[in-house]
Structure formats: structure tokens, C-alpha cells
Design a protein around this ligand. Structure first.
Ligand code: ADP
Ligand code: MG
Length: 683
């Protein structure tokens, strides 16, 4: 084998290891351990100390101990159910090694008569004699046995001994790796190298020492490599030169002055950021993050307007038809009449669609709204200058990269999400984009009052609903969402809607998992037009749609949701200028922790703050949208516990970007850690 191995050794197949064959490889692959590097992150859970040896006369029964003995005599009875035995001695006494189901040849090999061997295992006492059954730790080389042996949560079919052997084979052969971090960074971790850190990570005495330099350094490597990949993608996109968009903000300001509200400070700031990108010669790839109801739509439409004014076309993609239509109608309302606005609906007739496609290609349409159907191949633009994607939190990094690659060279990209997430996650998930945040919400809005109610107080809730309906208001009623059983979800929602239907005849509609997209749209449209009063649903009600007349949301079994999710649900109401309320219903009295969580929700309407608290209380895995976001699971790093490492990584990335540092020295880091292989052509 090549002695001057470098980091590539760590990326080699498991079969490169001694004693690892196809069988073991396949077992490990089932656990997503595909190469040597992957093995390094399977950490010991506990260890058995076999380092101290004892004499036979001092053995303690029922404890794991290590002794050095000389085998004396074999006894192989060759009778079914009778074990094979080897009598062993040291100068202080005797012990029987007992073997069930082991071949004589094997026993003779590991315990040769007359040769000193070290054995370790749990000692029993049976018929006046010490006994060790099926000893697994046996060697003529006592140093192999006299160690701390790690236990791992093992893959079935691989013994602990074999596993230890594999891991320590890797640890002993760690290739020489050039330090990739700057001196300043390294100093923060007491200058510990990657190799040293890995060794410490597998030292059984360090189990659980998350705060120590070796662990912190390795967690930092992981965060940093993710950020570095993000930064590279961002730089790559920026390097693409485009035709500057030239427009006068005078026209834009005219539209603003005609709105029936004035923009918030954050809206104006964000609009400026986008405008600057549009008129620069670098391609824009920007995320607009803002809580529900923060007013992202108007900002995006204004930037669309500027793009159109500079002679380009715009495509706006929404997650649902109904939302696409809402945006389309708003654009028609606020844009001057000379701007040609179109909606490409899945429902339009073939002929109508064809006409639209044709006009897009001839640049007879300036802006088109639609769902993901907008990105089919046959939809072609003559001069597309901006793509706006609303509520896109379901895209992962690689999907976004594809999107940006697909958009023509002159085409800017603006993504919008209404899922506020903690800062550490934003950097991790969206670090490949430039970021604008709308934090402050329009202040015309009356705060949503949030209440909690026990389920047996449903009479009170009904009374309240009656009162609201009398005032002409509409109600969302969310039924328990129990992921384990769609069937139960369904029946409970059906039952609830029947119950409500009795109380409010002809005023109740139900949306559930089995409602087809078409039916759903019809129902939502009816609700929007105030044709009925109560919308019962099992699934989360479509993000982003404005139901200005709905001002009450009732959420049953509210403890099934995380804080961020409850906040999102609550955001469905309070979008008009009415007093609105959110009633959280619970089956039983709340625990102290649950009360704490609910109080955060009652206290605050700041989605960013709520998501931070949510993450602190429940860990980052549960944050809304996390699973769909395509964020990779860190092996060691944790956005809650390693907050400072995320901040440090961000700072270091900024420094590297500012100083235009050559990143080729990070190649091994990226190659090792970037499992998605997003930038395979780096440096
Ligand atoms: P979101 O950020 O959730 O997409 P929208 O853009 O749908 O929010 O805006 C929600 C509502 O707030 C809309 O009815 C919109 O007209 C209104 N709105 C937006 N900006 C302002 C503002 N600055 N002042 C008052 N109302 C606003
Ligand atoms: Mg929106």
C-alpha cells in the first residue's frame, strides 16, 4: 500500500481495510457507512476496561477481569450439549475456559498448551472452580488485551472485537493531513490537529466530552465545510456577468404612492437590496425571508415591475394555483395598464395555454404567474430577467443550484420564504444565497390574541365562534394531526366537521388528506369568497394565501405541533385589519415545560424569536421545514449547543471572501465533508 497516503485514503472503500471483506462491507453499507471516513463518526458508547490484570486467586466473581495464564489440558467430551474445556493456570490457581459451539482446532489455536496467553472476560464460579465462558478476548500478546475496549452501538453481524479492530486500524493509519485552518482559528481550539482530534474522539475516556477542544474542532470543521461550500456556490453565481437592468425608481415610487399603505422600513430596505442586485452586473440569487404577513409580496412585485421597466420579462411561481391567482390579481391592480400581466393556470384550456406560451416567446407578455408548471421545458421566454419563487422552503441546496443554473445568464432569481428559522440554521440552509430579512411587520395589524383551552371547555369555544360568525367573520378549525395514523386524522376531522355542521348548518367544509387538488381549490375559493364560515382541515392550511375575512383559528390537540408550526398556523389569521384570535386546545392540563412554550407563543408574534426558542426547547431536528429543507444532518455539530461555532464559521467565511483568499487548501476538507458533492470541480 502507498505509504504517503493522503486524505484520499479516508475516502476509499471499506474493503481497503485489512480483515474487512464483502460481507462486513455490505453490513456497514446498510448503515450508510460507505467509506473509511464514514466509519470515523460512529462513536463509542461506553468502554470496558481490560487494562488491569489480576491473579487467579484474587478474581472477583461476575466482573470483567484480565488474567495471564498458561493452558494445561484440553477436555473435549464429544458429547452433545457438553462443552469443551481448557484448564488454565497461573502461579496462584486454576480456571476453566469453557467453550460452547467452538471447534477443537480453533480452541487449540487460541489456547495452545504450555504457552502464556492473556484472556479477559466475565468471571464465574462453578463447582468450586473459576470459569470463563466463550472467552472472546484472548491473545498471546497481552498488550492487545490490556486496553480499554470501546463498545459501539453495533451493526448486527459485526462483533465488538472486529469493530474495535477496524476502527483502530484506521486510527493507527490516519493519513497525514495538512492543516486547513488559519492560525487564528486553530488557536481557538488550542491548536489541536484534525488527526489528534480524531484520536481523542475515539479514546473511550473522552466519551461525552463535547466541550473539549478536540470535539469543538471537529464540529467546527463540519460547520465550516458546509459554509465554505455555500460560499463557493454563492461566489460562482456572482461571477456570472449579466446585462445590468436599467430602470428609474421614479416609476416604482409612483406605484408605492398609490398603495393604501406605506412600506415598512424593512420592506424598503429589502427593496433597495434587490434593486441594487438587479442593476448590478452580477447575477442575483437572493432569499427574502420574512414572517407570515410581513409583506413580502408587494416587495417582490415592485422588483418585478422594475425588471419589466428595464425591458425584461418576469416569471412568478407560487406553490398553489390559488396563490398564483392572488398574486396575479394584485399585480393587475397595482401595475400601470400598459404592463401585460398573465396567469398560466393548469386549468386553462389547451388553446388558451398555447396562446400564452406563444405570446411569452414573442415577448407580448411582461409578467406571468403560475405554479411549478411554469418551469416546464415548453415554457419559453424571449427575454426572461427575473424569476420569483414564493414559499420555496421545500427546495434543497442542490435543487436551488439547478434552478440558478437553469435560469438564463441575464436572469436574476428571488426566492421567498415565510418560515423564520434560527440564525444558525439560516446560515446552514441558505448560505448559498444572499439574504434579505423582513423582520418588522406592518403595524396596522392588530396583534393576534392567543388563548389556551382544555378540550372539555369546547362549549365556550363554540359560543365564541357563534359570536364571531355573527360579526361576519370566518373560522379555521385545525384538527389533530397525528402522523402515525392518517386514518385517525381523517375520522376525527370528519367527526368534528359533522359535529360543527349540526351547530352551523351549511357553514362547514372539510379539507383532509384525501381531498383532491381540484376540490381543495374549489373549497378554498369558496372560503375566500365568504360562501361559508368554518373551514375544518387536517393538514396545514396553504401557506401564503390571504384570507382577510378569517380572523379566528382553532387548533385542536395543539401539543402535537411545535412552536414554529403553531406560529405558522396562527399566521393564517390576522391578515386583514380585524381583531383576531388563535385558540389552542389541549386534551389535558399542560406540563410546566409545555406552559413555558405556550407562553412564548402568547408573548410574541416574532417568528424568528419563536423559532429560536423552539429550537432551544426541542432541538433543531423538529423545527418546521427542517426535514424538507434538504439540510444535511451534521454528525457532531449542533445548532443549539454549538451556536458560537456557527458564528465563528460565518466570520471566517466572510474573512476569506473579503481577502479573496485562495481556497485550494480547503480541498481535502471539502472533499471529505461535502457528502452532497455539490462542488466537485473546486480548485
Ligand atoms: P407575506 O409576507 O406573508 O407574503 P403578504 O405579502 O401576503 O405577506 O402581505 C400580507 C398582507 O399585508 C397583505 O394583505 C398586504 O396587502 C398587507 N401589507 C403588506 N405590506 C404592508 C404595509 N407596509 N402596511 C400595511 N399592510 C401591508
Ligand atoms: Mg406570501
Amino acid at each position: 500500500m502507498d505509504i504517503k497516503r493522503n486524505y484520499k485514503y479516508l475516502l476509499s472503500d471499506l474493503t481497503a481495510l485489512k480483515g474487512v471483506g464483502i460481507k462486513t462491507t455490505n453490513l456497514l453499507k446498510k448503515k450508510k457507512i460507505n467509506n473509511i471516513f464514514d466509519l470515523l463518526w460512529k462513536l463509542p458508547k461506553s468502554y470496558t476496561d481490560r487494562s488491569l490484570s489480576s491473579k487467579i486467586k484474587d478474581l472477583k466473581i461476575d466482573e470483567v477481569q484480565t488474567i495471564t495464564v498458561i493452558p494445561q489440558k484440553y477436555s473435549f467430551p464429544r458429547v452433545r450439549n457438553l462443552p469443551n474445556r481448557v484448564l488454565c493456570k497461573d502461579e496462584t490457581g486454576e480456571i476453566d475456559c469453557v467453550f460452547f459451539n467452538s471447534y477443537e482446532g480453533y480452541i487449540k489455536k487460541i489456547l495452545p498448551v504450555g504457552k502464556e496467553v492473556t484472556i479477559s472476560g466475565k468471571i464465574k464460579y462453578f463447582r468450586n472452580k473459576y470459569q470463563l465462558t466463550n472467552p472472546k478476548y484472548v491473545s498471546e500478546d497481552s498488550s492487545i488485551i490490556k486496553q480499554k475496549h470501546n463498545s459501539y452501538s453495533l451493526t448486527e453481524g459485526i462483533s465488538e472485537k472486529v469493530y474495535n479492530k477496524i476502527i483502530f486500524q484506521i486510527i493507527d493509519n490516519l493519513p497525514k493531513i495538512e492543516e486547513w485552518h488559519s492560525k487564528d482559528i486553530l488557536r481557538k481550539f488550542d491548536n489541536i490537529s484534525w488527526n489528534e482530534s480524531i484520536k481523542k474522539l475515539h479514546n473511550p475516556e473522552n466519551i461525552g466530552k463535547f466541550k473539549e477542544n478536540f470535539y469543538q474542532r471537529l464540529a467546527f470543521d463540519e460547520i465550516f465545510s458546509t459554509f465554505l461550500v455555500n460560499s463557493e456556490i454563492r461566489k460562482k453565481i456572482k461571477r456570472i456577468k449579466k446585462t445590468k437592468k436599467e430602470f428609474s425608481v421614479k416609476n416604482q415610487n409612483k406605484i408605492i404612492s398609490e398603495l393604501d399603505f406605506s412600506l415598512t422600513k424593512d420592506q424598503s430596505k429589502t427593496l433597495d437590496e434587490i434593486n441594487k442586485d438587479l442593476s448590478s452586473e452580477n447575477k442575483m440569487f437572493r432569499l427574502l425571508q420574512g414572517d407570515v404577513g410581513s409583506g413580502k409580496t408587494i416587495v417582490s412585485l415592485l422588483s418585478a415591475f422594475n425588471t419589466i421597466n428595464s425591458g425584461f420579462q418576469v416569471a412568478v411561481m407560487a406553490p398553489t394555483e390559488i396563490l398564483a391567482r392572488q398574486h396575479f390579481l394584485l399585480a393587475k391592480k397595482i401595475f400601470p395598464k400598459n404592463i401585460r400581466v398573465e396567469l398560466l393556470s393548469g386549468k386553462s384550456s389547451y388553446k388558451d395555454k398555447k396562446v400564452i406560451l406563444d405570446r411569452l416567446l414573442k415577448k407580448q407578455i411582461d409578467i406571468v404567474f403560475g405554479t411549478h408548471a411554469l418551469f416546464q421545458k415548453k415554457v419559453e421566454f424571449k427575454k426572461l430577467g427575473l424569476i420569483i419563487i414564493d414559499e420555496q422552503h421545500k427546495f434543497g441546496v442542490s435543487q436551488r443550484k439547478k434552478l440558478s443554473d437553469k435560469a438564463g445568464k441575464d436572469c436574476d432569481v428571488l426566492l421567498m420564504t415565510a418560515t423564520p428559522i434560527p440564525r444558525t440554521l439560516t446560515m446552514t440552509i441558505y448560505g448559498d444565497m444572499d439574504l434579505s430579512i423582513i423582520r418588522e411587520k406592518p403595524n396596522i395589524r392588530k396583534p393576534i390574541k392567543t388563548y389556551s383551552k382544555l378540550e372539555n371547555k369546547i362549549e365556550d369555544v363554540i359560543k365564541f365562534v357563534k359570536k364571531e360568525i355573527k360579526l361576519g367573520n370566518q373560522i379555521f378549525w385545525v384538527c389533530p394531526l397525528i402522523e402515525e395514523s392518517k386514518k385517525i386524522d381523517h375520522t376525527s376531522a370528519v367527526k368534528k366537521s359533522k359535529y360543527l355542521e349540526k351547530l352551523f348548518p351549511k357553514q362547514v367544509y372539510l379539507l383532509h388528506g384525501k381531498t383532491t387538488a381540484d376540490e381543495k381549490e374549489i373549497i378554498l375559493n369558496k372560503f375566500l369568497q365568504n360562501d361559508f364560515k368554518i373551514l375544518v382541515s387536517t393538514t396545514i392550511i396553504e401557506v401564503g394565501i390571504d384570507f382577510p375575512n378569517a380572523n379566528v383559528i382553532i387548533i385542536e390537540n395543539a401539543n402535537k405541533f411545535g412552536l414554529s408550526q403553531l406560529h405558522q398556523l396562527r399566521g393564517r389569521v390576522g391578515r386583514g385589519n380585524k381583531e383576531s384570535s388563535c385558540i389552542l386546545m389541549f386534551k389535558s392540563n399542560l406540563s410546566d415545560n409545555a406552559k413555558k412554550r405556550i407562553n412564548i407563543l402568547k408573548d410574541s408574534n416574532d417568528g424568528f424569536r419563536i423559532s429560536e426558542e423552539d429550537m432551544r426547547l426541542r432541538g433543531f431536528g423538529d423545527i418546521l421545514g427542517f426535514k424538507q429543507s434538504g439540510i444535511k444532518n451534521f454528525r457532531l455539530a449542533d445548532p443549539v449547543h454549538n451556536h458560537n461555532l456557527f458564528i465563528l464559521a460565518e466570520k471566517e467565511i466572510k474573512r476569506i471572501e473579503n481577502e479573496k483568499e485562495n481556497i485550494s487548501k480547503f480541498k481535502p476538507l471539502i472533499k471529505l465533508y461535502d457528502r452532497a458533492d455539490i462542488i466537485n470541480d473546486i480548485a
